[in-house]
Design a protein around this ligand. Structure first.
Ligand code: DI6
Ligand code: FE
Length: 415
């Protein structure tokens, strides 16, 4: 895949002939058949409502004809590891032959093999490969994306990844939230040392995080809290260091086992706990009390052929907001389609279509702390919305491999 260049036009004007997907514009309830309109001025949403109630002052604006398209907020992909060197198709083959994810990791493959390839790549090489992947996500209507580090595992290489993430945001006019995941895996040079894990966590907390935060490269901090990652105690140390720098936290929690990470994260006011297949009721209660978003990652569940479903019914009963994301990464979710995740969230995890749609818009925005600017269509927000060639919202989750996007408006431009 290679990156390509395109020219964009302004989205300013009157967008007419639209159908509003349910839940897309808070406070605006239209009958399914009612035509909606959106007014964009200087890249911002100026008005949205029933076309028949359009204020006269907007009637003469340049018109963008929707021709009955369904409109949703711009999609938000709230958990990705988009920037890395190489790829890991060979591991896919090993797993087909019976090896587990943990087997592959213990044998020196897994995350550490992406670390080798990421360290070996230049910043420009990482930019080019990630840009090509980003373009695929953007073409499906993604308007905001989280990008984690965690394949560098040394200051200069984590910096390189985060710088690429920032550059992608600027080059593509897409909102990028960077997450420092220095505590993703033990770097090879620390493996086999007596206190290697603890010493590496010291490096993460005392050197890497403060330096990268000072360079403005970190929007949030994450840890892989797992048997093959870092312990609860080490996770707590990383969170403490993040809080000292006033950085919000999130967590790869309870993916392969119940480590109690979600309750710890919730206790630190985490934005989100992600994966959570093995989440306990105590974890759910803690997340509800802290307003932490549950990020569901069906692509990893599917790729690993996991059989432990996240506790969807209990999360729903507790009122914990559920987001859905690609978890794009070269090991467990080489997925470049948020729409496919919408389908899998419904088919595999039994979310309803409105829940899944809120999961890739409203709740995904909240998982990134972007709830005031993304995830809904509302007056005063930057114009981020998608016109779809479908009649009803359920089609967005229903078609497998369809190409339903008609037009993407991102940061006030038609893409
Ligand atoms: N959980 C995941 O799903 C990814 N990282 C993590 O902590 C997998 C990363 C990889 O295998 O490269
Ligand atoms: Fe992940």
């Amino acid at each position: 895949m290679t990156a390509s260049k395109r020219l964009f036009g302004s989205a300013d004007g009157l967008w007419s002939g639209l159908h509003l997907a349910p839940g897309s514009a808070p406070g605006i309830a239209l009958a399914p058949a009612a035509q909606a309109a959106i007014v964009v001025q200087q890249g911002m949403i100026q008005w949205i409502g029933k076309a028949a109630e359009l204020p006269a002052q907007y009637a003469g604006l340049k018109r963008h004809e929707g021709s009955g398209a369904l409109v949703t907020p711009g999609m938000v992909d709230c958990h990705t590891h988009l920037v890395y060197g190489g790829q890991r198709a060979s591991e896919f083959a090993l797993r087909l032959a019976g090896a587990s994810y943990e087997d592959v990791a213990k044998a020196g493959g897994g995350i550490v093999s992406s670390v080798r390839a990421t360290r070996a790549a230049s910043e420009d090489e990482l930019f080019a490969s990630a840009a090509a992947r980003l373009e695929v996500l953007l073409a499906e209507g993604v308007c905001a994306i989280e990008i984690k580090s965690g394949y560098g595992l040394a200051l200069e290489h984590e910096r390189k990844q985060l710088r690429v993430a920032r550059r992608l945001g600027e080059a593509y006019g897409v909102t990028v939230r960077t997450t420092f995941l220095g505590a993703h895996a033990l770097p090879p040079e620390y493996a086999g040392r007596q206190n290697g894990s603890s010493e590496y966590i010291d490096l993460v907390c005392q050197e890497m995080m403060p330096a990268l935060a000072a360079e403005g490269l970190i929007d949030a901090v994450d840890v892989f809290c797992e048997r093959i990652g870092f312990s609860l105690e080490e996770t707590g140390r990383v969170f403490k260091a993040a809080q000292a720098l006033k950085l919000p936290v999130k967590l790869h929690a309870e993916q392969l086992s119940d480590m109690g990470g979600s309750a710890l994260a919730a206790g630190h006011g985490a934005l989100s706990c992600d994966h959570i297949e093995h989440l306990s009721q105590a974890g759910i209660d803690a997340m509800r009390n802290s307003g932490t978003v549950a990020v569901l990652l069906p692509g990893a569940y599917y790729t690993l052929r996991d059989t432990q479903l996240p506790p969807i019914e209990a999360l729903r009963a507790a009122g914990v907001p559920m987001a859905v994301s690609t978890d794009h990464n070269p090991g467990t979710s080489p997925c470049l389609s948020l729409l496919l995740m919408l389908n899998m969230a419904c088919t595999l995890f039994r979310l309803t279509v409105p829940e899944a749609l809120a999961g890739v818009t409203l709740h995904a925005a909240r998982a990134l702390g972007l709830q005031d600017t993304h995830g809904v269509i509302a007056v005063g927000l930057p114009a981020n919305f998608v016109l779809w060639n479908v009649r009803e919202a359920a089609e967005l989750a229903y078609w497998l491999g369809g190409k339903p996007v008609r037009t993407v408006v991102r940061q006030g431009l038609i893409r």
